[in-house]
Design a protein around this ligand. Structure first.
Ligand code: FE
Ligand code: FE
Ligand code: MG
Length: 165
């Protein structure tokens, strides 16, 4: 841990670490939700949807890595036991029990909307207080906004395809 790097943070560092760990739990669950969804999804546009889900899964895993790095820089410990993911997450996890493409998209859109709220709050919290975390959460927020848009565009295409039949 860099002492000066930590000293310039104008926030309660323990509380910040706690919030970053909650987001970290969200990212792993989002990764797993996309990953399982990509395995089971069925229905129209399966290929396009699977490709998007796999791509988003990789983004969520990358976000988990970014959060880990920042938690460690701040002298914290990231969640070591996956059993804590569900307990600590904000957005939790919806098992893709109904594999139809619309259901999978709806579940992941809900997850992205939750993620957007979480990162928007972190952006507000860290603005002018912790520039390093701020830059990171802005970058993640940009990805989550893009994810929601991508999924809603697929849903829109699905509706159009249905009407043309
Ligand atoms: Fe993410
Ligand atoms: Fe996302
Ligand atoms: Mg995408």
């Amino acid at each position: 841990m860099g002492t000066k790097g930590k000293a310039i943070v104008q926030l309660d560092v323990d509380e910040l670490i706690r919030l970053l760990n909650k987001a970290f739990a969200d990212e792993w669950l989002a990764y797993y939700q996309y990953w399982t969804g990509a395995q089971v999804v069925k229905g129209p546009m399966r290929g396009a949807v699977t490709a998007e889900l796999n791509e988003h899964a990789q983004d969520e895993l990358r976000h988990a890595g970014m959060l880990t790095e920042r938690i460690m820089q701040l002298g914290g410990e990231f969640i070591l036991d996956p059993a804590d993911w569900k307990k600590l997450s904000n957005c939790s996890y919806d098992a893709p029990e109904n594999p139809f493409v619309k259901n999978i998209l709806d579940q992941n859109i809900k997850g992205e909307q939750c993620a957007i709220e979480v990162y928007h709050k972190l952006v507000e919290l860290t603005r002018d207080k912790d520039i390093v975390t701020y830059n990171m959460v802005v970058e993640i927020l940009e990805d989550e906004v893009e994810h929601e848009e991508d999924l809603q565009a697929l849903l829109e295409d699905l509706e159009i395809a249905k009407k043309q039949k």
